[in-house]
Structures are given as structure tokens and as C-alpha cells.
Design a protein around this ligand. Structure first.
Ligand code: FAD
Ligand code: SF4
Length: 465
């Protein structure tokens, strides 16, 4: 008789009608029983196609096999050989387009739930902390600087510390994490997880200096004069793009960046404990359909909007957000207006947003991105009342450092810093990675860049000696 297949274990989530009113975490992790069942589904493939899909090369079958043996310490340590931030990646990485899409089980049934297993281990470790000090190569006393504490900067700083350097991490904000803190909301990534991962990076000896804006407080030249032998720039893509339509300067129009920063970093979601005002009203339109747009619209719903909706010019198939986030948004009562583009935003007599004029679209021939181009349907314009409009159509690289330091080669169109195959910019000894070199990407891609850049910096410094 054929052996019965174990079905993929589903990641449970809180009740949509309850969770859309608070900021507590939506997804519940695997229980031990679920993790063990899921781990048993892995075929331990010799060629490990899943590993090829992981931007930081985690040995997936090896850690899954250790779970199946209930060796959770061994399993989490296996992940940590490649990834310093597993609790974060287990929650926000788009596994469905990376490791899981390469899993051979995907062809037969459903892929292994690699992300949920990673999260299970990271959460297990929180309950069972490892008190063994991390391995650090002999401390050399040589100084290395990292600018920006997003996933790229945190990863580069941790690896440089492990290589034995004296690492200072400069961050312009008052806390660490970059987008992980000011962009991704509490209900997807609780801040305490970020605090814990940051403490781990500090425990490696990294000195994190907050409220220092490199390019203003100190320049790159200042850092070299101060004795830093190599510098990593991981300042991300925090410059919001706008639509360029009329009415974008009205009260009640936010860039996604400003809206999420007010809510996350300045804790508007804990009003009145934290007195950060955010104007929401009854009807909120979020323009865009990426992860950022999903975060904005779900936050707006939680802050009391009766109707919170997505306005997107292409169809659902082209939406760049993670599938799970779109599904969660739908369950929470978010309205989706696909194939709809905003034409202008109109104000009321107080100069506040009052309505948005939109036009319906249809899909034409594929454009340079390979996606079918949205084409307006003539005569389909209509006006919808809205109190708040949030523009979430993407962000570009932060330009400050390149502007205040001469000699950086910058991509003219995108503003991204140019780097060579060793992550070095056009300035000797200055390396860069993450969104500042690629535009808005993913957490794991930024981490992968931070990791590879740290290794290149180590080679560079040793070459100099
Ligand atoms: P960032 O995370 O942007 O960090 C840059 C850091 O540098 C910030 O802390 C900033 O304050 C600091 N900084 C900037 N300039 C200076 C300066 N001059 N001096 C000192 N410090 C400076 N990706 C996923 O994989 N999954 C998701 O679910 C997901 N959701 C997202 C949701 C939102 C709302 C957004 C905006 C992005 C999301 N992303 C997601 C993308 C992902 O978060 C980014 O690709 C990633 O954070 C980039 O990392 P980074 O380290 O390059 O930059
Ligand atoms: Fe396991 Fe899937 Fe990787 Fe094969 S491809 S080793 S089944 S996770």
C-alpha cells in the first residue's frame, strides 16, 4: 500500500475580525507537533534545489533534518551559519518566490513550508537562549564603519565583528532596523523581535551610534580621518516617489514612508499614550499594490478607517505584494480596486483631501518589465469620495551621502550607488549594498549583500595590511 503523504501544515492566523482592530501579530507560528510533521515532508534531495533559491545559501535540508531529530539547537545554529536574523526572515521573506518555489515538492504537491520552519526555530531559541558566546576571530583592533542599521547594515556589522574588527554602526534615526522598524508594522514583525536581533548584533561587540546622519553630522572623509579602514554604506531607499498628479500637496495626502513612520516609529498606533497625530477619516485610498501598499492599507483599517482600499492600475496577477499579505488583507475587509488609476485628488473647502478622480484601465501588450501595460479606457472616469490618500508606488535611494561626498559613481536614472563585483563603490575602501545599490528590494537580498560586502571588506583590509 502506498505511504500516505503528509499534507503541508498551514500557518494559522488570528481571526480576521479580531485582528483588524489591533496591532498584535497576525500569523501564529507552528506548534512543535506541526513543525515535526512538516519537517518529515522534506525529501532530503541530494541536489538541494531549495538552497539555490536562498539568497544567503542556508543549508535547508540540513536544518530541516535536525528539526526532524528534535535537535532544535543544532538546527538554529545551522541557519545562523548563514543568517544572523532568522526570526525576521522567517516572518517577512518572500519564500514563495525564493527557496519554496525551487522545492521539488512544489511539482508534486505543495512546497515545504521552509519559512514557517525557520520561524519556529527562531521562536524556539527565544524561549531557550544559547548562552555560549559567539565565535569571533582574534580581535585586530582595526576599525570598520557601517552606515545604516537596516538588514544590510546589521548583517555587514555582525559579520565584520565576527571577523575581529572594531565595528561602529552609524544610524540617523533613534533606533535600529531601517524599514524593518519604521516600515513593516507591528502586526507583521513585532518590534521586540527586532530589539532582540539588534541586541545580538551588539553582543558581538558592534558599537551602535544613533542620531548620526552621515553626510551631515560626519562625512565619509571624516570617517577615514577618524581611522576607519573600510566603510559600508547601507542607507536604503527611503526617498518616496509621487504620482505627479494634481492635489498631491493637499492635507491628508501622505507618502507611504511618512505614514508608516508616523505609525511605527513615532507609535501613532499607541495613541493617546504616544501623541503622534495621524489623520485617517472614514475612507482611505492607498495607491499601489506592493508590500508597502498592503502595510499602509491594513494599518489604516486598524486605525479606524471604515473603508480602506487599494487602488492599482494593473490586475491582481501583477500585484508585487506577497500573496499571503494580499490574502490577509482581503480577509481583513480591505477593498481592492484593480485596473484603476488615479487622475487627480480634489480638496474640500478646508484644503483637505475630499475625493479622488480615477479612470478604469485594461491590459494591453507587455511593457519593458514583461508585465502587460495598463491602458486607460476612454470615458470611464469617475469620482470617489476619500478623506486620506496614501501614495505607495515605490521609493528611491537616499541621495545625501553621494551628494555630500564627491567621487561616487551614481546611476543617473535611478540614483543608485554603483558598485563593482566586490561591492566596492567608485571610492576606494567604501563599499555598499542593499536598497541603496538596487532600489527597493527584499530583506534577504539586503542581508545577502551585507554579508558578501563584509567578506569583501575583510579581504580588502587584509590586502592593505
Ligand atoms: P533600509 O532597511 O532602508 O535601512 C537603511 C537604514 O539607513 C535606515 O535605518 C536609515 O535610517 C539609515 N540611514 C539612511 N541614511 C543615512 C545616513 N545618511 N546616515 C546614517 N543612517 C542613514 N521586504 C521583504 O523581504 N519582505 C517584506 O515583507 C517587505 N515588506 C516591506 C514593507 C515596507 C513598508 C517597505 C518600505 C519595504 C518592505 N520590504 C520587504 C523591503 C525591505 O524592507 C527592504 O528591501 C530592506 O529593508 C532594505 O534594507 P537596507 O538595509 O538596504 O535599507
Ligand atoms: Fe527538502 Fe524541498 Fe529542499 Fe528537497 S527541495 S531538500 S524537499 S526543502
Amino acid at each position: 500500500m502506498a505511504k500516505e503523504r503528509i499534507p503541508r501544515q498551514a500557518l494559522r492566523a488570528r481571526d480576521p475580525d479580531e485582528r483588524n482592530k489591533d496591532f498584535k501579530e497576525v500569523a501564529l507560528g507552528f506548534s512543535e507537533e506541526e513543525a515535526l510533521l512538516e519537517a518529515k515532508r522534506c525529501l532530503a534531495c541530494k541536489k538541494k534545489p531549495c538552497v539555490a533559491g536562498c539568497p544567503v545559501d542556508i543549508d535547508i535540508p540540513a536544518f530541516v533534518a535536525l528539526i526532524a531529530k528534535k535537535d532544535y539547537r543544532g538546527a538554529i545554529n545551522k541557519i545562523k551559519e548563514k543568517n544572523n536574523l532568522p526570526a525576521i526572515c522567517g516572518r517577512v521573506c518572500p519564500q514563495e518566490t525564493q527557496c519554496e518555489v525551487c522545492c521539488v515538492l512544489a511539482g508534486k504537491d505543495k512546497p515545504l513550508a521552509i519559512g514557517s520552519l525557520e520561524r519556529f526555530l527562531a521562536d524556539w531559541e527565544t524561549e531557550n537562549p544559547d548562552l555560549t558566546p559567539p565565535k569571533i576571530r582574534n580581535r585586530s583592533g582595526i576599525k570598520a564603519a557601517v552606515v545604516g542599521s537596516g538588514p544590510a547594515g546589521l548583517t555587514a556589522a555582525a559579520d565584520l565583528a565576527r571577523y575581529g574588527y572594531e565595528v561602529t554602526l552609524f544610524e540617523s534615526l533613534s533606533s535600529s532596523g531601517g524599514v524593518l522598524r519604521y516600515g513593516i508594522p507591528e502586526f507583521r514583525l513585532p518590534k521586540k523581535i527586532l530589539d532582540r536581533e539588534t541586541e545580538y548584533v551588539s553582543s558581538l561587540g558592534v558599537d551602535i551610534k544613533y542620531n548620526i546622519l552621515i553626510g551631515r553630522t560626519f562625512t565619509i572623509e571624516d570617517l577615514f580621518k577618524d581611522g576607519y579602514k573600510a566603510i559600508f554604506i547601507g542607507t536604503g531607499a527611503g526617498l518616496p516617489y509621487f504620482l505627479g498628479i494634481s492635489g498631491e500637496n493637499l492635507n491628508g495626502v501622505y507618502s507611504a514612508n511618512e505614514f508608516l513612520t508616523r505609525v511605527n516609529l513615532m507609535r501613532a498606533y499607541e495613541f493617546p499614550k504616544y501623541k503622534t497625530p495621524v489623520r485617517i477619516g472614514q475612507r482611505v485610498a492607498v495607491v499601489g499594490a506592493g508590500n508597502t501598499a498592503m502595510d499602509c492599507v491594513r494599518v489604516a483599517k486598524r486605525l479606524g478607517a471604515k473603508d480602506a482600499m487599494i487602488v492599482y492600475r494593473r490586475s491582481e496577477k501583477e500585484a508585487p505584494a506577497r500573496l499571503a499579505e494580499v490574502e490577509h488583507a482581503k480577509e481583513e475587509g480591505i477593498e481592492f480596486r484593480f485596473l484603476t488609476a488615479p487622475l487627480k485628488i480634489e480638496g474640500n473647502d478646508k484644503g483637505e483631501v475630499g475625493s479622488m478622480t480615477c479612470i478604469k484601465m485594461e491590459l494591453g501588450e507587455p511593457d519593458s518589465s514583461g508585465r502587460r501595460r495598463p491602458v486607460p479606457i476612454q470615458g470611464s472616469e469617475y469620482v470617489m469620495p476619500v478623506d486620506t490618500a496614501i501614495i505607495a508606488i515605490g521609493q528611491g535611494p537616499n541621495p545625501l551621502i553621494a551628494r555630500t561626498t564627491g567621487g561616487f559613481a551614481v546611476d543617473e536614472k535611478s540614483g543608485e550607488l554603483k558598485i563593482d563585483e566586490n561591492y566596492m563603490t567608485s571610492i576606494k575602501g567604501v563599499f555598499a549594498g542593499g536598497d541603496i545599490t538596487t532600489g527597493e528590494g527584499t530583506v534577504i537580498a539586503a542581508m545577502g549583500a551585507g554579508k558578501r560586502a563584509a567578506a569583501a571588506m575583510d579581504r580588502y583590509i587584509r590586502g592593505q595590511k
